[in-house]
Design a protein around this ligand. Structure first.
Ligand SMILES: Nc1ncnc2c1ncn2[C@@H]1O[C@H](COP(=O)(O)OP(=O)(O)O)[C@@H](O)[C@H]1O
Ligand SMILES: [Mg+2]
Length: 355
């Protein structure tokens, strides 16, 4: 039976980002949830896959990508296709979409790019808007606003407008970093994701290499004092009122949560995290204040450090399009808080706004 009046949800996934394959996995989870018995009554879905070259695919081709067993099938023809035309939206039919569900992680998506693009369609979008997404993605701007709001964060230095192809500049920066911050430090591109381009530096002699690695990804770099921490994460959903999920902890066996450990099978996720009630309340309060401060709404995952020695909380970062794969923290946090994945996606649609 064809049900009239069902909302058409446009899922956008893939994208020109180093988190392309994670995005495909996230889209598979959301697609399945929207096709669950309960959600099928209310929603229909159109899918829009963007390949690594930025070419958009229509619903039929996009569905083929979602139906493949593996999300990281690098051999698939779709990855390579690039028709070289400026009109990258040729033959892609948007008209019937009632609201958008962008699931593009990292650059060219989570940073507000897709939100700006979709604004022209004048349809509601699930998640935040352009400003909050861009601020949440940019570690320098995010930290500047957090300082202003007195949100606890680790000591840091921001490097921008420096020419790191110049050896003198690099040597000077290396001196400045060791004068102002205690080693170890984390050197990070201001805009990246999945820990790509990040180095943990224990000795001064390694700083320049780490700066060069981050510079290859972004010309704006953050250096942070490295602490010995537990890593706690909190989910946020809502618009006029923001709601927090339970707090989760991720435990990994490597020295820090680098790219390999993020996608390793050995990680453990513990929900609720084994922390004091006061700490959990402090995290929830900071999660809401930080999202409000950056104008982030809809949904987000806010990540914290709990310093082991001092038991102090520091805000690490906010992810404005958190992972939605079956093993991702965000849906697991909400599942533990009373919303299973089918209910979660329906809730996100119900609260989506015309930013
Ligand atoms: N200041 C820090 N002290 C201790 N560990 C850190 C620090 N900064 C980053 N890390 C480690 O690096 C990981 C990735 O850093 P993060 O800023 O979250 O980058 P991304 O945006 O790529 O996830 C963190 O999850 C943590 O394990
Ligand atoms: Mg992180």
């Amino acid at each position: 039976m064809v049900r009239e009046g069902r909302k058409c949800v446009g899922i956008i996934f893939g994208g020109n980002s180093n988190e392309h394959y994670v995005s495909i996995s996230s889209a598979k989870t959301v697609f399945k949830a929207l096709n669950s018995k309960i959600n099928k009554e209310r929603f229909r879905v159109k899918t829009f896959y963007i390949n690594k070259n930025g070419v958009w695919f229509d619903n039929n081709k996009s569905l083929e990508v979602l139906r493949k067993k593996r999300s990281d099938d690098k051999t698939q023809e779709y990855q390579e296709l690039f028709n070289g035309k400026i009109n990258f939206l040729q033959n892609v039919e948007f008209q019937s979409v009632d609201l958008w569900f962008p699931l593009l992680h990292g650059l060219n998506g989570e940073d507000g790019a897709i939100h700006g693009f979709l604004k022209f369609t004048q349809k509601p979008i699930i998640g935040g808007g352009i400003l909050g997404s861009a601020l949440g993605m940019d570690k320098i701007m995010m930290k500047k606003i957090f300082s202003h709001l007195a949100i606890p964060q680790v000591n840091y230095l921001a490097i921008q407008n420096h020419d790191l192809s110049d050896d003198n500049v690099k040597n000077k920066l290396s001196d400045e970093i060791t004068e102002k911050l205690n080693l170890p430090v984390f050197v990070k591109p201001a805009n990246s994701g999945s820990s790509l381009g990040i180095s943990k530096v224990k000795h001064k002699s390694e700083i320049i290499k780490a700066l060069e690695k981050a510079w290859r990804i972004d010309k704006r770099i953050v250096i942070e004092e490295g602490l010995d921490v537990r890593e706690l994460e909190c989910g946020i959903i809502g618009n006029l009122k923001l709601y927090t999920s339970k707090i989760g902890e991720v435990i990994y066996s490597s020295d820090w949560y680098d790219y390999d450990s993020k996608y390793s099978k050995d990680n453990q996720i513990i929900i609720p995290a084994d922390i004091d009630y006061q700490i959990s309340e402090q995290i929830k309060d900071l999660a809401i204040r930080s999202c409000r401060g950056l104008n982030i709404f809809g949904f987000a995952r806010v990540d914290f450090f709990l310093e082991k020695i001092s038991n102090k909380i520091f805000l690490n970062e906010i992810n404005t399009i958190p992972g939605f794969t079956s093993k991702s923290m965000f849906p697991m946090l909400w599942n533990a808080s009373g919303l299973n994945i089918n209910q979660l996606v329906a809730k996100l649609i119900d609260i989506s706004s015309d930013f």
